[in-house]
Design a protein around this ligand. Structure first.
Ligand code: MLT
Length: 312
């Protein structure tokens, strides 16, 4: 019987589906790297979310590992090159948490525009500061969406339905922009100059560099917002901190950090910055979907030799 390790917290449905499909499962959360290294050779499959770092070291010790599954979209916690060198299949669950992530991004946009976090705090303190919390409407504003994968598409659809003008920066969008006559294709400079809101829905740069640094922020409108629910290094944290402190842009919302878990960050403590702990994709609904998807994909692989949603 194939043996699979689930090493990050996920819905119990994953374990249930694997067992029903005659796959032996161990669920061992919060393993240290040393412990994972010690036991990984016992397993034919490994299922992770984002906490487990599947490094070259781990893969070098994974003598029996055939498949790694990511219950989620991003695979930046998995050393894809080392996995390929060892002929280990990597698969993810694209689309499974798209709606959750798009909704969280929208929640951050509305919270920023209507100053919800500060208004909540002040009202709890009995201050009744009506004048201080005059917000802005998003209808009629221009949003620049960087990346047009599942989440970028879903978020654009939500924004369009709320009356925003949509600018899209994406190589793939160029190929099928005729299918989206309501959106405009734009390069980064156009977005920096024209957008009231910039939201990230793309992969990180492979060399780890940021797309938005001080010089890009300099080009933005003073009343603009930046939202990042994609990956931590897309916006330079140091430059974002300086810009927010100096009032170069109006505000930002960040769900993803350079170093996670972010127990200490240069971004902590700013009034015009909303922070959430990488929870954009974390809803009860989406976590069931991704757990179900990855377990069914593993069952298909071990029982039918079928590879679904491989990441290459
Ligand atoms: C993803 O890549 O799917 C999201 O960032 C959520 C997660 O880390 O699980």
């Amino acid at each position: 019987m194939p043996k699979v390790l689930i090493s990050d917290a996920m819905d119990i449905i994953a374990e249930k589906i694997l067992r029903e499909n005659k796959i032996d499962v161990d669920v061992l959360i919060d393993l240290t790297d040393t412990k994972l290294l010690e036991i990984i050779s016992l397993y034919d499959g490994l299922i992770v979310r984002s906490a487990t770092k599947v490094t070259k070291n781990i893969l070098d010790a994974a003598d029996n590992l055939k498949i790694i599954g990511r219950a989620g979209a991003g695979v930046d916690n998995i050393d894809l090159k080392s996995a390929t060198d060892k002929k280990i299949i990597v698969m993810n669950t694209p689309g499974g948490n798209t709606n959750a992530t798009a909704e969280h991004t929208l929640a951050l946009l509305l919270a920023l525009s209507r100053k919800i976090p500060e208004a909540n705090k002040s009202t709890h303190e009995g201050l009744w500061e009506k004048k201080k919390f005059k917000g802005n409407e998003i209808k009629g504003k221009t949003i620049g969406i960087i990346g047009f994968g599942n989440v970028g598409k879903k978020f654009a659809e939500m924004c369009f339905s709320l009356g925003l003008n949509i600018l899209i920066k994406s190589k793939t969008f160029e190929n099928y922009k005729q299918d989206y006559p309501n959106y405009r294709s734009a390069d980064l400079n156009t977005i920096l100059l024209q957008a009231d809101i910039i939201s990230f829905h793309c992969k990180p740069n492979s060399d780890g560099t940021s797309i938005i640094n001080a010089s890009e922020i300099e080009m933005m409108k003073n009343n603009a917002f930046i939202i990042n629910t994609a990956r931590g290094n897309l916006v330079s944290e140091k430059d974002l901190f300086e810009a927010l402190k100096m009032g170069k842009i109006k505000g930002a919302a960040v769900d993803v950090f350079n170093k996670e878990p972010a127990k200490d960050s240069i971004l902590f403590g700013l009034d015009n910055l909303i922070l959430t702990p990488h929870i954009a994709a974390s809803t009860e609904e989406s976590q069931i979907i991704v757990a179900e998807m990855i377990a069914n994909q593993f069952a298909d692989y071990f029982n039918n030799n079928r590879i679904v949603n491989e990441v290459i």
